[in-house]
Design a protein around this ligand. Sequence first.
Ligand SMILES: [Zn+2]
Ligand SMILES: [Zn+2]
Length: 359
Amino acid sequence: MVKTYKCPGCGADMKYDAEAKKLSCEYCETSLTVDEAKALEETKQQEADDKDSEEVVDETNEADSYGEAGDFIKYKCATCGAELMTDEHTAATFCNYCGSPNLLSERIEGEKTPAMLIPFKITKEKAKEIYYTWCKKGALTPGEFFSQSTLEKMSAIYVPFWLYDYGANVKMRAHCTRVRSEVRGNYRYTHTSHYRVLRDVSAEYLKIPADASQKMPDDVMDKLEPFNYGEMTAFEMPYLSGYMAEKYNFTSEEMAKRVEARVAGYISQEGRSTINGYSTVAVTAKNVWLAKRRASYVMLPVWMLTYRYKGKEHIFAINGQTGKLVGKRPISAGKCLGWYFGMLGVFTLISSLVGVFVL
Ligand SMILES: [Zn+2]
Ligand SMILES: [Zn+2]
């Protein structure tokens, strides 16, 4: 089913406002809390159901999703009826014609419902400002990267993540030495003591995130951490209104391998960090044991911008909660040349000054 949250005041679409932490209407300034929006939607649904049971069910009633074209699935915009083309993992999007936010509720209902979500805190204005300031710092960044039209392309996406809790243990054996030397008479004596060091370290790791969407580049998503999970709230559909959202492509089992490699790295480091005070340390044996405690499905807020420049795709992402930016500044060939000649000028000036002093 395609869903939109309509303003009870004027009937326009309501969007979740990151600043006000409410759903608000751009036209009449009505605002609703997430709970109020949910309650209103349920009442409407109840009324519609009652009406359906009174009337004879309309046989010609078209389903919301009515066909597939290649990898895309067609829906009808809940506001204007235009065709929405989505791939099978889109959970929230916008209508190309009327701009109305459309939530594809069947993709986030039932067992596909995320347990929790971190609502967007960074507004579009703030995200644009963060990106612009960052681009400006790179003196060699081509101007197109932070032109107004590029900034407008920034989109707010709820990215599906699995959060894992793992128990971990490492048993480690190391050969360590302590070296001490002394001078007696004409001789220097070096004493080397050898130690067999054993360690058995356990730890619990909570909320290790792994992005579960194929479309999102893993390395970029990893670098967006940390998120503050203290601000995580129970998932409710109204939060998605006015944002894009993806549903997971990979199940928690499919993602577990990646997370286990990370946890194994953490516990090994933890074990190794307890071996101190030796001249040399050589780990000779290591045994890591991991136990998956649980995995929960959550949605995390990310601002994304992809920009094609000279045939190459550049991806920038901003943590929608903390404002942390991830990306690499491209270098403009033109600006680079300018910089080079600028530097050349400085060098020439310095060398001529040196010349003056020498004379
Ligand atoms: Zn309104
Ligand atoms: Zn529409």
